[in-house]
Ligand binder design. Structure first.
Ligand code: BTN
Length: 318
């Protein structure tokens, strides 16, 4: 029903159509029409409404069309099998299910909206309709399970590269948040299914804020989160998604061939926190110091008053 109303508004984009007419056409009450319009507005459709004139669709969000994403995509594996949803709870959860059912390496699950987007450290991740790229990649890398943390650094390097190509001045905060002017624009959640000696699969969940505006953010995120829209950088979501697939694949194949050393070096160059005073919050304690390097395993090295700390996990605040 909502799709029918939307199609009708799209056909009459820029014109006012009366609520009564829509209600007669689709045999629903005017309150029901109003409720559908309210959901469309929440999804980023700009619809003006005036009491006597009705509704006028001014702007529609750019949706992802799976064919447009995959057609002529110059990758070998990443994104060649694309599973698209308008809405799901979490693309990571769905990707995990598909991976358990044997989905091939490089399969990507992408959704316009997540109702239960998940972040690191059990946090939730805001993923409103068509206001970002919310997707999860299934990989079956030939690495040892202990190398998985370096895969997340690899993802951060690849995505930072793709974002900089769009003119966005961004850098990486350990391990894999991507920041613009100290505010987060990308989050990455890597989940692993492995035995002691072999990775069965790895889910790399990536959220890139494109259209999110300050108004959409809850109060506690207003100071710490940003998006392409908030940075005034225009972006085509389809192109960005394709570019990210290409960069991820390039670095992934490079790691397979040459190991992770060149990627760790690149990570250091793209980092926005090395050389800065940081606060490290671990489950059992908090300390401060200067983040100055990565070790060969991708752990963060922090110089404190009492020596050098090696950070394997935790929250690092700049
Ligand atoms: C973080 O910053 O803490 C990680 C956020 C990861 C969010 C992405 S959005 C797509 C994928 N699905 C999820 O539920 N989470 C990841």
């Amino acid at each position: 029903m909502r799709q029918d109303i939307l199609d009708y508004l799209l056909e009459h984009k820029g014109e006012f159509v009366s609520g009564q007419k829509i209600s007669d056409m689709f045999g629903i009450s005017r309150t029901a029409v109003w409720k559908h319009i309210r959901v469309l507005k929440q999804r980023g459709y700009v619809i003006e409404s005036f009491t006597k004139k009705g509704y006028c669709l001014k702007e529609a969000p750019e949706l992802l069309h799976p064919d447009a994403v995959t057609q002529g995509l110059p990758t070998k594996v990443i994104g060649q099998n694309l599973v698209y949803y308008e809405k799901t709870d979490s693309t990571n959860s769905l990707a995990k299910k598909l991976a358990n059912e044997g989905a091939e390496e490089g399969t990507v699950v992408v959704a316009e909206e997540q109702s239960g987007g998940r972040g690191r450290l059990n946090r939730s991740f805001l993923s409103p309709f068509a206001q970002g790229l919310w997707f999860s990649l299934i990989l079956r890398p030939p690495f040892l399970p202990m190398e998985v943390s370096k895969m997340t650094l690899l993802a951060a390097v690849a995505i930072t590269h793709a974002l900089r190509q769009q003119g966005l001045e961004c850098g990486i905060k350990w391990p894999n948040d991507i920041l613009v002017h100290d505010k987060k624009i990308v989050g990455i959640l890597t989940e692993l299914n492995a035995s002691m000696e072999k990775i069965n699969y790895l889910i790399m969940g990536i959220g890139i804020n494109t259209g999110i505006t300050k108004k959409m953010l809850p109060r506690d995120l207003k100071k710490t989160v940003t998006s392409f829209a908030m940075e005034n950088i225009p972006v085509n979501r389809t192109k960005l998604l394709r570019d990210v697939f290409c960069d991820l694949e390039r670095y992934y194949f490079e790691a397979e061939k040459e190991g992770f050393s060149p990627i760790l070096e690149e990570w250091k160059k793209l980092s926005c926190m090395l050389g800065k005073e940081v606060e490290v919050v671990m489950p059992d304690r908090t300390f401060s110091g200067v983040a100055f390097d990565l070790d060969d395993s991708g752990n963060l090295l922090v110089r404190t008053d009492s020596g050098v700390e090696r950070v394997l996990a935790g929250d690092v605040r700049v």
